[in-house]
Write a protein of this length. Structure first.
Length: 446
């Protein structure tokens, strides 16, 4: 049986991406997680619970990222986890891995679009949040259709601005850091709170693997993906630690979860911390709060970019309607895949809540992490002669640790979100039924 994904195609994605662009994309995919979402885990686990969950997730992502880099350098295809799973495990597991990847990349953007809409609504309250979110989809899908080089250059710019915002935030809040605040009420719900906090720790790093989906558009991918991927994850770990400590140390974890006088969790933890350290009237408060919008836009735009490549590859090999696998004749981008993903995302805006959409995206991410690590282990035995320009350090420990940690996180999220788990498995199950009965060209894969 030949499980290799077919590579013949009359058109190809344009190779333009450099290591600095890949770094910008990798950090940009994730950086919104520093600005919102993670603080919701404090309500579940407190400082200690979320802290332990975050350390757990950092270990998972470090071992996963460098393991995934081996796959990306060995098999530089736009489908990412889908291509690796098909080659290692066959078309059925490849389909499941690919659908999990699609769920992650398609459902994460509408969650961020909600946050963009809510943030801008503060400045332009006459425009409804939903209108802003839909407008954002139209604008950034258009930029991605126009060209990957323009999209990546834009992503690099706003990512750098978002990093500057986080550093300014740390400079403003760290002078007010007190360990007594940081250690106050550290475990409000016991150790079970650490498990409940896992999805929000994952949100710190969700979608970093999207860099691998740009392998076909990367100059010298065997070298540059390693540089871009590795530098991105190191940057994100540093930013995560700085943001975590500088936010909570100002006035305790409750201060970055609940606005004064409210018991409703906030999507704006950094402005809340700044209000205690420099005051809402401060210029720095306004500047950092405004820059926070760039963090949201960076992730929104970057994940749209990655999702287009994932859907494109699915259509290219017939695992989804084949029109999704076409390339724009002028711009050399997967325009139809981008447009379909946009339409699905807009529907999600009408039907879902931010926290629920984030959690479903986490289900997809953890599934593709598990399948990818199994794929790496299988390919090492199945294809020992495969060219591997980069090999993950400490093999097989690294992929095994990533696999075990992702499995534990998946089980924990399922236990604490049973109805969302049912929805996620329904998505996988229904699409797999479509694949099993409608997909009629198995000889292209087998």
């Amino acid at each position: 049986m030949n499980n290799h994904v077919p590579t013949s195609n009359s058109t190809e994605l344009k190779k333009t991406l450099s290591p600095i662009m890949l770094w910008g994309l990798g950090v940009g995919y994730v950086i919104s997680g520093m600005y919102f979402g993670w603080n919701l885990g404090l309500e579940k686990g407190g400082t200690l619970g979320l802290g332990v969950a975050t350390i757990f997730i950092i270990i998972m992502y470090l071992t996963f990222t460098f393991s995934y880099t081996e796959l990306a350098c060995s098999i530089p295809k736009a489908g990412g986890a889908f291509d690796y799973a098909v080659r290692a495990l066959g078309k059925k597991w490849g389909f499941i891995g690919g659908m999990a990847q699609n769920v992650e990349f398609i459902f994460a953007p509408p969650a961020i679009a909600f946050a963009i809409g809510a943030y801008l609504n503060i400045f332009i309250p006459s425009v409804p949040i939903l209108v802003i979110a839909i407008t954002a989809y139209l604008i950034f899908t258009g930029i991605n259709i126009y060209g990957v080089e323009a999209a990546a250059s834009f992503e690099l710019l706003i990512t750098i601005l978002a990093i500057i915002g986080l550093l300014l935030f740390a400079a403003a809040t760290l002078p007010s850091f007190e360990f007594s605040n940081f250690a106050s009420n550290p475990l409000p719900n016991g150790w079970k709170g650490a498990f409940a906090a896992l999805p929000f720790a994952i949100w710190f790093f969700l979608a970093i693997e999207g860099v691998a989906n740009l392998a076909e558009e990367t100059v010298n991918p065997q070298r540059n993906i390693l540089i871009g991927f590795g530098s991105a994850i190191v940057t994100l770990v540093i930013l995560c630690i700085i943001t975590f400590f500088s936010s909570i140390g100002v006035a305790g974890w409750e201060s970055v979860v609940f606005p004064p006088g409210s018991d409703v969790a906030s999507d704006s933890p950094l402005p809340l911390a700044l209000s205690y350290s420099v005051g809402e009237a401060s210029v720095l408060y306004k500047v950092v709060s405004f820059i926070g919008l760039f963090g949201l836009v960076a992730s929104f735009h970057g994940i749209i970019l990655a999702s287009g490549r994932s859907t494109y590859e699915f259509g290219k090999v017939g695992f989804a309607p084949r029109f999704l696998g076409s390339i724009h004749p002028k711009f050399k981008t997967p325009h139809k895949a981008l447009l379909v993903n946009m339409l699905i995302g807009i529907v999600a805006l009408f039907t879902g809540r931010t926290v629920e959409i984030i959690t479903i995206a986490c289900f997809g991410a953890l599934t593709l992490y598990m399948i990818s690590m199994v794929s790496l282990l299988v390919l090492r035995k199945k294809e020992p002669g495969l060219q591997r320009p980069f090999k993950v350090p400490f093999y097989p420990l690294s992929p095994i640790v990533a696999l075990i940690f992702a499995s534990i996180a998946f089980i924990a999220i399922t236990i604490y979100n049973p109805w969302l788990a049912i929805i996620y498995f329904a998505i996988l199950g229904l699409t797999f039924l479509w694949f099993s009965f409608i997909y009629v060209d198995p000889n292209e894969i087998d």
